[in-house]
Design a protein around this ligand. Structure first.
Ligand code: GDP
Ligand code: MG
Length: 219
């Protein structure tokens, strides 16, 4: 089994989060590194989607993933096995990452060595939406079993996202998830936002998501 680096993050309550987030975006710009902050409820398929993306993109760009969790290193191991660099960030019980914690993660992997860094945020639809991590773009995953009404209940998450991935489309026949209604609810919260349905289990739709990432990384 591969050795996983574990970073215990320290909370810094004194720093102005929004200012540090802006500084982080400037740093990433200079480094030519695209940082994607990936958010969702626990179990929506963040790690599975990332392993599919890594399989698709690893020969065209240098990729690292920062796995934020309260404990364990299982997701960082899955990422390493998929073929990307990974680091496990432990949040000390916090349910989200702020800009300072994100910087600690970026330092631990030497972010300038990568074209694409993904932060897999802590599984939660509330707190991660409230803290700007300094990421270049935010993505969120809504999975079919969670229901097509999630955008009505968690408005901020859909407002701060730049792309919404609808995952687990394979189980659509078993849930009363209405894709048209889901898209309508998402667009009501965030007009014009990109919505990409995928099935991380089979890989269906991952090409479209990979295209979105290619376009953003080139910018
Ligand atoms: N049926 C189905 N299951 C999926 C899909 N994507 C992920 N899963 C399963 O959902 C569970 C949680 O996935 P994981 O990637 O660990 O979610 P995370 O907590 O958001 O990182 C696992 O059992 C996955 O195998 C999918 O597209 N379809
Ligand atoms: Mg995960």
């Amino acid at each position: 089994m591969s050795e996983i680096k574990i970073v215990d993050l320290k909370a810094n309550v004194l720093e102005d989060n929004d200012k540090l987030a802006e500084k982080t975006r400037e740093r990433l710009n200079i480094e030519h590194t695209f940082l994607l902050n990936l958010m969702s409820a626990p179990g929506s398929g963040k790690t599975t989607t990332l392993t599919r993306l890594i399989e698709t993109l690893k020969d065209e760009m240098k990729i690292a993933v920062m796995e934020a969790d309260i404990d364990s290193d299982v997701d960082a191991i899955r990422i390493k096995e998929a073929g990307a660099e990974s680091v496990q960030l432990h949040t000390g019980g916090m349910c989200h990452l702020d800009a300072d914690m994100t910087c600690q993660g970026l330092d631990s992997i030497n972010s300038k060595d990568y074209d694409l860094v993904v932060l897999e945020n802590v599984g939660n639809l509330v707190c991660p939406a409230e803290f700007d991590t300094g990421a270049t773009k935010n993505a969120m995953i809504l999975s079919v079993p969670e229901g097509d009404d999630k955008p009505l209940k968690y408005p901020l998450m859909f407002q701060v996202a730049d792309v919404v991935i609808i995952n687990k489309t394979d189980v659509m026949p078993y849930f009363d998830f209405d894709l048209v209604k889901a898209k309508k609810n998402i667009l009501m919260r965030h007009p014009g936002i990109e919505i990409i349905p995928v099935c991380a289990k089979t890989g269906e739709g991952i090409d479209k998501l990979a295209d979105w990432i290619r376009k953003e990384v080139r910018k």
